[in-house]
Ligand binder design. Structure first.
Ligand SMILES: Cc1cc2nc3c(=O)[nH]c(=O)nc-3n(C[C@H](O)[C@H](O)[C@H](O)COP(=O)(O)OP(=O)(O)OC[C@H]3O[C@@H](n4cnc5c(N)ncnc54)[C@H](O)[C@@H]3O)c2cc1C
Length: 394
C-alpha cells in the first residue's frame, strides 16, 4: 500500500491488488515506529494519521517473572514523534488507501487475488515477467505491467510462483493471539512478561487488550489435548499478577475458535528480483514479531523501491540490474535486523520458553534496565532501525 501510494504520487500508473474485501483482520501487529512516523511526516500525512485514535508508547517496560525491567525509552529518538504509535493496522491501511485514492492513477482493487505470474508475452523471453494473473469477483484476467512487485506477505504466492530460492533462519516459537476485555483497574501492565515456559504480551486496544501468548513452536497441539480450561489456567499464570478479575474475564474466551495461532517464521530470499519482478517486505524476508519491526522494515523497503525506481517506471521497464539495486540497498538492514531477532530468540525468548524453575534475566537486560542512556539506545535502534529510509523530495 505504501509503495502504491508513493508511485502514484510520483505519477506512475499503479494497481494494488488485495485479496480480501477489507483490512479488518486482527492480530497483524499494530506498531508504527518513529522511522515510519517520520516518513508520514515527510509526506504531509502525519497530522491526519495521528488524528486517528491510537496509543503512544514512550517507554518499553517488560517484566521478568515478578521483577520490573524497563528496557526502552524513546525520549532520545531523533524525530519529532518520540513514541511508537499503536494503531489497529486496518486503520493505518485505510488511511493510506484513502490518501492514495486522491491520485487518479492509483487503482486499488479489493477482493482481487494475484494467482500467478505472466511470463514471456509480447515477444519477451520466458524469463521475463510481463504481468500478473488475477482472480476477481468476476473471474480471472491478466494485468500487463512494467513491473510486478510481490508484497503479499510471509506466505507469498507470487514469491512461490517466481521459484526464487528461500533461506530459512528458524524460529523457536509460535504466538497464540486473543482478545481480553479491559478493566478500569488495569493501569499499565508490562508490554511483555517473561515467565517459566511462556511469554505474555498485552497491547492496548481501548475496550480490550490484544494479547499474545508466546509458546514453544508446535506446542499448541499438546495444549489442545489438555483442554480449554487448562489453557485458560496457563494463560492466567502467564499474565501479570497485578491484574484483577482475570478468571471472570478469561471466561469471555469460549473455546479454541476464540484464539488464533500465528506461526512464526524468519526467512529471506537469496535473490529478490527477476526481470520484471521484485519481492519486498515479508515476501522477500519474513520477520519474527521480536521488536515489532516487520511492518516498519516492509515500509522502508517500499520507500527505497520508490526512491530507486519511480522515475524509471514513468517511462520504461526497469532493467534487471536496476531492480537488483533494491536488494543491494535493503539487504544489509534486513540481515542485521534478522540477526538481532534471531539473537533475541535464542538468548531471551528460548531462555523463558525452556525454563521450568525460577530463572534470572540475561545480564544484558539487567544492565540495560539500570541505565537510561542504554534504554534510550535500545529505543533508538528499535525505533529507527538500520539505514532508515526517507522518501526523496517530489
Ligand atoms: C505473530 C506475529 C506478530 C507480529 N507482530 C508485529 C508487530 O507488532 N509489529 C510489526 O512491525 N511487525 C509484526 N510482525 C511482523 C509483521 O506482521 C510483518 O513483518 C509485516 O506485516 C510485513 O508486511 P508486508 O506488507 O510485507 O506483508 P503483510 O502485512 O502480510 O501484507 C500482505 C498483504 O497481501 C495480501 N495478500 C496476500 N496474498 C495475496 C495475493 N495472492 N493477492 C493479493 N493480495 C494478497 C494480504 O491479505 C495482506 O493484506 C509480526 C509477525 C508475527 C508472525
Amino acid at each position: 500500500m505504501m509503495l502504491g501510494y508513493l508511485l502514484a504520487r510520483a505519477g506512475v500508473r499503479v494497481t494494488v491488488l488485495e485479496k480480501h474485501a477489507d483490512f479488518l483482520r486482527d492480530f497483524r501487529g499494530d506498531t508504527i515506529h518513529p522511522s515510519t512516523l517520520r516518513i508520514m511526516e515527510r509526506l504531509g500525512l502525519l497530522d491526519g494519521l495521528l488524528a486517528i485514535p491510537h496509543q503512544e508508547v514512550r517507554t518499553i517496560d517488560a517484566q521478568w517473572e515478578d521483577r520490573d525491567l524497563p528496557i526502552g525509552d524513546f525520549s532520545g529518538v531523533p524525530t519529532t514523534t518520540k513514541f511508537i504509535a499503536l494503531m489497529p493496522q486496518w486503520d493505518f491501511l485505510d488511511y493510506l488507501a484513502k490518501s492514495g485514492r486522491a491520485y487518479p492513477n492509483f487503482d486499488l482493487r479489493m477482493r482481487h487475488e494475484a494467482v500467478d505470474l505472466v511470463r514471456g508475452r509480447d515477444g519477451a523471453s520466458d524469463a521475463h515477467v510481463t504481468g500478473v494473473k488475477v482472480r476477481g469477483p468476476d473471474g480471472e484476467y491478466e494485468i500487463a505491467a512494467r513491473l510486478v512487485v510481490a508484497c503479499d506477505g510471509r506466505h507469498s504466492r507470487m514469491r512461490a510462483a517466481s521459484r526464487l530460492e528461500v533461506e530459512n533462519l528458524g524460529a523457536p516459537m509460535d504466538v497464540v493471539w486473543f482478545k481480553f476485555p479491559s478493566d478500569d483497574s488495569d493501569g499499565r501492565p508490562p508490554l511483555g512478561r517473561f515467565t517459566r515456559g511462556a511469554i505474555f504480551v498485552m497491547i492496548p486496544r481501548g475496550e480490550h487488550w490484544q494479547c499474545g501468548y508466546v509458546i514453544p513452536k508446535g506446542m499448541l497441539e499438546s495444549l489442545k489435548t489438555g483442554g480449554f480450561d487448562a489453557f485458560r489456567r496457563a494463560i492466567a499464570s502467564a499474565m501479570s499478577p497485578k491484574l484483577r478479575n482475570v478468571d471472570a474475564r478469561l471466561q469471555t474466551l469460549r473455546d479454541w475458535s476464540d484464539v488464533s495461532l500465528l506461526s512464526v517464521t524468519v526467512d529471506r530470499l537469496r535473490q529478490w528480483s527477476l526481470d520484471g519482478f521484485l519481492c519486498i517486505g515479508d515476501a522477500a524476508h519474513a520477520m519474527s514479531p521480536v521488536g515489532g519491526i516487520g511492518i516498519n522494515l516492509a515500509i522502508q523497503d517500499a520507500v527505497a523501491t520508490s526512491n530507486l525506481l519511480r522515475r524509471i517506471l514513468l517511462t520504461r521497464r526497469p532493467t534487471p540490474a536496476e531492480l537488483r539495486r533494491v536488494q543491494d540497498r535493503r539487504l544489509f538492514p534486513t540481515r542485521v535486523t534478522q540477526a538481532g531477532q534471531v539473537l533475541v530468540q535464542e538468548r531471551v525468548v528460548s531462555l523463558a520458553l525452556k525454563a521450568t524453575d525460577a530463572f534470572e534475566p540475561p545480564l544484558a537486560m539487567r544492565v540495560i534496565s539500570r541505565f537510561r542512556f542504554l534504554r534510550q539506545l535500545v529505543a533508538r535502534v528499535l525505533g529507527m532501525g538500520v539505514r532508515p529510509e526517507v522518501p526523496d523530495p517530489d
